[in-house]
Design a protein around this ligand. Structure first.
Ligand code: ADP
Ligand code: MG
Length: 276
């Protein structure tokens, strides 16, 4: 496999009021170029901690990478200095989060925040590029949105803006941490379809973090199921869904509503179904 990212034996702990919390334990997985890995497990099992470690965004004074390596494009990210991390984020690896509101700055217009996410070296033409990006994430009325402040947008629109900022520099890896959990179900489906299309178009690899196995069924090539900080099962999605080995995975599968769409591709919703 032509791996873009190889996480090897990664262990992360938090230090909280004298106590040590082993949040991630001996995590090992790879993501191939252009592939999607679904990192699945219930709340508190360590999914976000893993994502933040790969992004170099673990809280500095409260956490420690105890062991392991993160090989990305052939180099170990854990050996990078802060300046190299700053260059990696956005250009090579981007991340979107559950709550797009808290990731946007309330006092700046969307246009300024998107320009901020663009490569400063590319200089002029940022306004045109910002509009192009919003068109790309299928936001109607992009000019009005560029002039808006975050509170003037719906949750789905804000998440589209965050996705636009994440893809602005064409990263090789997108980490999506519960990107639809705070959204209504219909908007959720639109965002999933959008991510899928962008992934194909940009040939991105995606680490899709979710507690909802049903959501990644038709999206992830491979799954890694986490339980209490460790991966208990991983492999091709179809294989795990057909024949889950671990009781915890079987439990997760039983949680998928029977009416959920099956493993086929997520259809692109017609324009009239998109929120205004
Ligand atoms: N900043 C922190 N300080 C102390 N413990 C933390 C911190 N962040 C997360 N944790 C703990 O680490 C574990 C894993 O959390 P997290 O990675 O957020 O899980 P998930 O994303 O799967 O819900 C949990 O027990 C959580 O309480
Ligand atoms: Mg989380």
């Amino acid at each position: 496999m032509n791996a873009l990212l190889t996480v090897n034996n990664l262990s992360v702990e938090y230090h909280s009021r004298g106590a040590i919390v082993p949040a991630v334990k001996n995590l090992t997985f790879s993501i191939a170029k252009g592939h999607t890995l679904g990192l699945v497990g219930k709340s508190g099992c360590g999914k976000s901690t893993a994502g933040l470690a790969i992004m170099g965004l673990l809280p500095e004074n409260e956490s420690r990478v105890k062991e392991g390596s993160l090989f990305f494009q052939g180099r170990n990210l854990l050996n990078q200095d802060p300046e190299a991390w700053r260059l990696t984020r956005g250009r090579e690896i981007a991340m979107i989060f559950q709550d797009p509101f808290s990731s946007l700055n309330p006092v700046f217009r969307i246009e300024d925040q998107i320009k901020e996410a663009l490569d400063p070296k590319s200089g002029s033409g940022h306004s045109a590029r910002a509009k192009e990006l919003l068109d790309h994430v299928q936001l109607k009325d992009s000019q009005r949105i560029l002039n808006s402040y975050p509170h003037q947008l719906s949750g789905g629109q804000r998440q589209r803006v965050m996705i636009a900022m994440a893809i602005a520099q064409n990263p090789a890896l997108l980490i999506a941490d519960e990107p639809t959990t705070a959204l209504d179900v219909t908007v959720q489906a639109d965002i999933m379809a959008l991510l899928r299309n962008l992934q194909r178009e940009y040939h991105m690899s995606v680490l899709f973090i979710t507690h909802n196995l049903g959501l990644v069924k038709g999206f992830a090539d491979d799954l890694a199921v986490m339980f209490k900080g460790s991966i208990v099962e991983q492999g091709p999605t179809s294989q795990i869904l057909k024949n889950p080995q671990h009781p915890y995975t079987q439990g997760l599968l039983n949680c998928i509503p029977k009416l959920a769409p099956s493993t086929g591709p997520i259809p692109l919703l017609a324009d009239e179904y998109m929120e205004a």
